[in-house]
Write a protein that binds this ligand. Structure first.
Ligand SMILES: [Zn+2]
Length: 247
């Protein structure tokens, strides 16, 4: 379940990420009233079984019924989890195009919500989630070498040798020689760049995360929401709440 909107007196328009049919948008007639057919299943952070049919001349499918498979209840009990789960849902929704093969994205979002259901949110988890999502959705940024000249930020070459920057427009990092003209780029210390490269390479491995310094993590956290916003050409609504949620 990605989003829903009230429609008229008693209906709801819903947007769902499905395992087998990609992103489905549909109208659930009587959803605001019919507890029998829809219970409260058309809420965020639920995994549901859906019965629907597509309509030939409408972008909206007709949703017949919806049954609970799993409700991420623990997420709804703390504000920090709600904020993080909302962010995972929003970026997955925004980076998924209609008609995409969504199975890997569906699994990734379900696993992310499962993690938040059982664990406290963290910068490390969020960064790994974003990078894996970007890869699955076809937007993987270049982090291992300069996007323009190919120089590597390895010890003896780039690290300690001037600052690196992340340029959303270039889709990756730029070395000192290449980053001069990009005003919208975000400066990155070697350690922050190392954090991003680590999670891009390895994804999220529970309990396997090295201890990164908080300032470097904070620096790394600036980059990906900005990059995602650049890709979708709009602001992410839930991103503004993330900073406060770690306190
Ligand atoms: Zn370069």
């Amino acid at each position: 379940m990605l989003r829903s909107w009230a429609y008229g007196e008693s209906d709801k328009i819903v947007s769902l990420l499905t395992r087998d049919f990609g992103k489905v948008r549909g109208i659930a007639k009587g959803a605001k009233r019919s507890r029998k057919r829809f219970l409260n299943v058309l809420e965020p952070f639920t995994l549901v079984q859906l019965r629907f049919h597509e309509r030939p001349n409408s972008p909206l499918a007709f949703i017949h019924a919806c049954d609970w498979v799993y409700v991420f209840r623990a997420i709804t009990r703390t504000l920090a989890k709600i904020v993080h789960a909302s962010y995972l849902v929003e970026i997955t929704d925004e980076l998924t195009r209609d008609g995409d093969d969504c199975l890997p994205l569906f699994d990734h979002l379900r696993d992310g919500l499962r993690f938040l259901e059982e664990n406290a949110p963290s910068s490390e988890f969020l960064t790994a989630f974003e990078l894996t999502l970007l890869r699955l959705a076809g937007y993987q940024p270049t982090l291992e070498h300069c996007q323009r000249c190919g120089a590597k930020p390895s010890p003896g070459h780039g690290q300690g040798n001037g600052r690196w920057e992340f340029s959303p427009r270039d889709g990756g990092v730029l070395c000192r020689n290449c980053n001069g003209l990009r005003r919208e780029a975000v400066p990155l210390s070697p350690e922050a760049l190392g954090i991003l490269a680590h999670f891009q390479r390895l994804g999220w491995e529970d309990g396997e995360t090295p201890a990164f310094s908080r300032p470097a993590l904070r620096e790394a956290r600036q980059v990906l929401p900005l990059f995602i916003q650049y890709q979708i050409s709009k602001k992410l609504k839930s991103a503004a709440f993330l900073d406060g949620a770690f306190q």
